[in-house]
Design a binder for this molecule. Structure first.
Ligand code: SAM
Ligand code: SF4
Length: 329
């Protein structure tokens, strides 16, 4: 078991396979995109598989593959298939924008993917275009239908942005009436590739909940699963659930069980922290499995207590102006 110095068990890796993306969500990156990483700087799939195999032996039980958009990297599905075959891995999940995903859903089901996070900030096509700068809503909705048809659990991620999609909160909640999805509203974080930071957050978790409660006063609180980053609710009689993720307010750090690996191989033990170690460099310098595992153990032991502490320790290291696509959301 991997434990940090605050007694938390770490068993969840978020692995970003690319920084590239086919959308340009304005809360994540500028319209012109970001300075994409050179291909040779990215970890290869073989390197990622080697690392994941070593980490799983140490106690990592769950891997979420993310990015950038994972499906834009060539060879992603064969990689995912190999990852799904790792001995000891209990759960493999994906976060995707859903633009290219629909045709791969049957294969995802076949290799045992039970749950997918699909990003969807609005059900309105014009607003989708305004937020993502691409006209791809029908493709995303097709992915949603395919996932539900294949009985894959769906969590819909919606970033709540003042002046952009707060009118979408209630229509997204209404989706849970007939669809067994979990719609999760996420506080906007500063990682937008430098286009201007979120300085204060007017649409925090409390305001989001108030908005939902004003339309659905009977909404009830559910018991949150262990390590959940969302506060979860359900409207009586509805098939789906509603979650609120205080990603900026950071109220869930006490039970944090996760680490992140960026496409460059940088390990972040907190989203708000800096890289504590580069695993690609270690691999390319010929590290043995035991050396990789010792490095992982040390990195985890130094995990900061909270995102606020990590941000403070990160002062001057500029990663708050990074894009979520380079960190791996
Ligand atoms: N491209 C995929 C997608 O959009 O689902 C995976 C990567 S994306 C960086 C992962 C998640 O991070 C998405 O759900 C996205 O909404 C979220 N995200 C990106 N930038 C964010 C920000 N500034 N604040 C809060 N969430 C953000
Ligand atoms: Fe791409 Fe996901 Fe970032 Fe949107 S949030 S730009 S889909 S990586």
């Amino acid at each position: 078991m991997l434990k940090d110095r605050h007694g938390r068990t770490v068993n969840y890796l978020r692995l970003a396979v690319t920084d590239r993306c086919n959308l340009r969500c304005f809360y994540c990156m500028p319209e012109e995109g970001i300075d994409w990483l050179a291909r040779k700087e990215l970890m290869t799939y073989e390197e990622m598989l080697r690392l994941c195999a070593a980490f799983v032996k140490m106690g990592i039980e769950k891997i979420r593959v993310t990015g950038g958009e994972p499906f834009v990297r060539k060879g992603f599905m064969p990689f995912l298939t190999k990852l799904s075959q790792l001995d000891g891995l209990k759960e493999l999940t994906i976060t995707t924008n859903g633009v290219l995903t629909a045709p791969f859903v049957p294969q995802m089901k076949k290799i045992g993917i039970r749950s997918v996070n699909l990003s969807l900030d609005t059900l309105d096509r014009n607003r989708f275009f305004a937020i993502t700068r691409r006209d791809e809503l029908p493709q995303v909705l097709d992915t949603l239908e395919q996932l539900l048809k294949h009985n894959i659990e769906v969590k819909l991620n919606a970033v709540v942005m003042e002046g952009q999609n707060t009118d979408d909160i209630l229509p997204l909640v209404a989706l849970t009436k007939s669809k067994p999805v979990s719609v999760r509203f996420i506080e906007e974080m500063p990682f937008n590739g430098g286009e201007g930071h979120v300085k204060s957050l007017s649409w925090d978790h409390a305001q989001i909940l108030d908005t939902i409660k004003s339309a659905y006063p009977a909404i009830t609180k559910l018991v949150d699963p262990p390590f959940s980053t969302s506060f979860n609710y359900q409207i009586p009689g509805y098939k789906g659930t509603v979650g609120i993720i205080a990603a900026y307010t950071r109220s869930f750090c006490g039970s944090c069980n996760r680490i992140r690996l960026t496409p460059l191989g940088d390990m972040k033990t907190c989203l708000y922290g800096h890289s504590v170690l580069n695993f690609k460099d270690l691999l390319r310098a010929g590290a043995s499995e035991a050396e990789l595992q010792a490095a992982l153990e040390k990195a985890i032991s130094l995990k900061d207590a909270t995102g606020w502490e990590a941000e403070k320790n990160n002062a001057g290291q500029a990663s708050l102006s990074a894009s979520m696509a380079t960190i791996g959301g």
